[in-house]
Write a protein that binds this ligand. Structure first.
Ligand SMILES: NCc1[nH]cc(CCC(=O)O)c1CC(=O)O
Length: 308
């Protein structure tokens, strides 16, 4: 059996693809990596929230899955929309890296510093910043991590606000100058996990083998909770929705919510449930958040984004 692995061509995407290749190799499965360029890689001059459409990093890859040119696609779980086009499915989630956010810089950073500028285009991060450090400015810095680091060194910003997982995988540990507490700066749904996507035409043999080699049941259970939360919140990547589940003592805890773009209003809640109730817990949590002010925040954001 040989598995054709599709991936984006960025260094982080390739890291993830190599990780998957190595896991498959441990099970004696041969594989080949095929890189695919996506809209999200090509359009670098506007923020992702302005490109707007869901799946800017996934569409071209899904075409290759559908045509059978690749068997599986490797993604950052965080980049995956909560509902996939018909016939597509996530069949495995890798063991999770630490899910929190960090600041990466070539100099020391003091978040209380007046004229500080942070590089991020994530609405979730900008909203959290407005809430906790309203004096700090942000600037959108797009491109792969290496490009962003170079732009920062050129003076575009003082530090980049990144997922620890990406910074660590790209070996920028030495440049991590601040670690955000994930209880307050709750990560995006899926952050730190790698997801395997397939199309329904894949053979059952391949599907079982890939799942066995890659899937981590704990991560999968957490991702089921987070993604069912996201599905009900109906948030694309341009909505400041956050969600993070973890497992402790055989119970699942899920924290999730939404924050207004100006950081003034946040609706969030933490709940616990048994492991087999993960999907239901995500749904119930989202319904709670929407009913307790989340719906108004979402409507307001949609109105603003329609004007932009
Ligand atoms: N938004 C793009 C993206 N998708 C996944 C990661 C990081 C790695 C991960 O969480 O899997 C990043 C960069 C970032 O947010 O810093």
């Amino acid at each position: 059996m040989k598995i054709k692995i599709g991936t984006r061509g960025s260094k982080l995407a390739l890291w993830q693809a190599y990780y998957v290749r190595d896991r498959l190799a441990k099970d004696g499965i041969d594989s080949e990596i095929i890189t695919i360029e996506t809209k999200g890689d090509k359009i670098l001059d506007v923020t992702i929230s302005k490109i707007g459409s869901k799946g800017v990093f996934t569409e071209e890859i899904e075409e290759q899955l559908q045509s059978g040119h690749i068997d599986i696609a490797v993604h950052s779980a965080k980049d995956m929309p909560s509902s996939l086009p018909k016939g597509f499915e996530l069949i495995a989630f890798s063991e999770r890296e630490k899910a929190h956010d960090v600041l990466v810089s070539h100099k020391t950073i003091d978040l209380n510093q007046k004229d500080l500028v942070l590089g991020t285009s994530s609405t979730r991060r900008i909203a959290f910043l407005q809430k906790h450090f309203p004096h700090v400015k942000t600037v959108a810095v797009r491109g792969n991590l290496q490009t962003r680091i170079n732009k920062m060194k050129d003076g575009v910003c003082d530090a980049l606000w990144l997922a620890y997982a990406g910074a660590h995988r790209m070996e920028y540990d030495d440049m991590i100058v601040h670690e955000f507490d994930e209880k307050e700066f709750v990560p995006a749904v899926g952050q730190g996990s790698i997801a395997i996507e397939v199309f329904e035409n894949i053979s059952e043999d391949k599907k079982i083998a890939v799942r066995k080699a890659i899937n981590n049941v704990e991560a999968e259970t957490c991702l089921i909770a987070e993604r069912s939360f996201l599905a009900v919140m109906n948030g694309g990547c341009s909505i400041p929705v956050f969600g993070r589940a973890f497992i402790e003592h055989e119970a699942l805890t899920l924290r999730g919510g939404i924050i207004s773009l100006d950081g003034q209003t946040q609706v969030s809640k933490t709940c616990s449930c048994t492991l087999n109730a993960a999907s239901k817990a995500g749904q119930t949590l989202a319904e709670y958040v929407l009913d307790h002010g989340g719906k108004e925040i979402l409507d307001e954001i949609r109105k603003q984004q329609a004007i932009d």
